[in-house]
Design a protein around this ligand. Sequence first.
Ligand code: GLC
Length: 643
Amino acid sequence: MNQNAIHRLLAGEKLQAPGRKIPRELFEKRLAANFTLVQDLFFGLYPDQEDAFSRLHGLLAQWFEQRPAALKAQDLQRQQEGNWYQSHRWVGMQLYVDRFSTDLKGLEAKLPYFQKLGINFLHLMPLTKRPKGPSDGGYAVNSYTDIDPRYGTDADFKQLSKTFREHGICLMLDFVVNHTSDEFPWAVKAKAGDPKYQQYYYTYPDRSVPDAFEASLPEIFPESAPGNFTYIPEMDRWVMTVFNTYQWDLNYTNPEVFLEMLGNLVHLANLGIDVVRFDALAFLWKKIGTVSQNLPEAHRLISLFRLCLQTVAPGVVLLAEAIVAPHEIVKYFGEGRLEGNACELAYHATLMACLWDAVATKKTLLLYKSLHEMPAKPESCTWINYIRCHDDIGLGFDDAHIAALGWNPQMHRRFLLDYYCQRLDWSPAAGAVFMYNPLTGDGRITGSAASLLGLEKALEAGDMEATTAAMDKLVMLYGIVLAAPGVPLVYAGDELGMRNDYSYLKNPDMADDSRWVNRPIHDWDTVARLGEPDLPATRIFQSLQHLIGLRKSLPELTDANNTSWHLPGNPHLLVMERRGNTGGLLVIANFDAAPQVLNASWVERLGYLSGGQYENLVDGSKTSIHSGLLELEPYALLWLKKF
Ligand code: GLC
């Protein structure tokens, strides 16, 4: 039983009366339930810091008092509903407010667009103040609390969150927990020589400690920001900058940093956010002699954030942005005594990367191998499923899994880079390499989903057949993530099949970061033309809209650890079953460019074929089997109804 389940019990019957003020007593109960764990975690990370601990205690009570009454009531309602974030009713979209709708007011006006597509969960990319020049798309923060004027005002945000809440749309915002910008007030004070704030970051007077770190630290942005430390002349010190030189890593070995950042997290929760995306959380703890990612202390720190926030705002859940090896990702749900007490959600980066592997190889072998070898997740947790986001596609497969298939891991990664990044004449993909490291040969892939799947090249060549294939692949991939366990996230623009945007190359603040190729300005002209029969966007939008509607009508798509990834005996196919108490859904996808077949009696035994017929919910068709085989067109997507 995780802490959330304990809180549900503690809330008790008598507190359920609607409209009733949530008493302080409930906070005391929540704190009592979490106290021992919080204490153990805190003193494990910060031995002998009694003073900081007693301040933490006082702050939590203060923050509970400050939480708006409507949100306190929502917390309680959510706890009583169970794990609300596991429901099949959620369908998300990720967007940059400025590139989607100019500002927050503009975004509010797009409510009908979200409703039309069926979106009710929005990830808004960073909104708070950031440096004027490069800011890593807002992931270099100048403030955790103030909305950047380019988006509007704090009042605009409050209004937006209220309107969206009233319309059942939940909001996810980033908590850039690992670093601030070099213009953040703490960094400014550190630069001015204030020793207190120099200890908020990893700063050193000479290269000795940085060199010791560098011996085992990998490089995250080797092309644009090689190395992990930057010399700051104003303070004559080196500061740790794992990402860009203007992103200073916070020093969580200092308990003051934890307390201040917890305050920032609570502020975010009190704005009316439902999900907090813990950005780059694998990097939270650094230790010489290690890669300083996924360290046990980082996991403890994340649980500490979680358990503290839970006493104040238990309706708010955390998303782990841990784009790490398959066996590492599930650890962000909490392990052992902390199982289910860390992040409730995590990006399913393994499924995402394996889907792209399957497209390139036309085979699902690595996908099955990776998913079958992945440790089970706790029942109270779930995934964010996606095919594209604002970042690159990292090839973070487990080498042993690739080798087990008889492939050479290095050559396989090389093939994927070549396939997607225009180094193979025959490949339909039009992607770009992100952060190629000539020393290691590593690189990542970027590009919009449509361009990576061939739509860009097909339209340029006026090739109808290739255009159809690209659209089929896009719908197939979304058909998988919309049925997979967790919350599906559509990357804004994918619903229109938007292609790469090369305009970033002309902007000096963006030109060295090829991820901007997949951060397009939303194409409202095309939206206005939706419905025109020959427009690729029409087919894609309508297909997604239909699949989203279907998803919401199928309660078996609620995540209750009720998923089987069946091995179909055909290396080109993916077969996923979502078992329900009454119904069930069998998803079949053909990754091959040629037709493929599947044994019909096997499908019948699973319960998805009756009287020699199956029904595909994707297009409402009923098909009779004549040959004992289910025949699948290239890139076919089937959602079969259980009989
Ligand atoms: C996360 C973000 C990415 C950013 C990095 C550093 O990975 O998704 O866009 O560059 O953190 O903040």
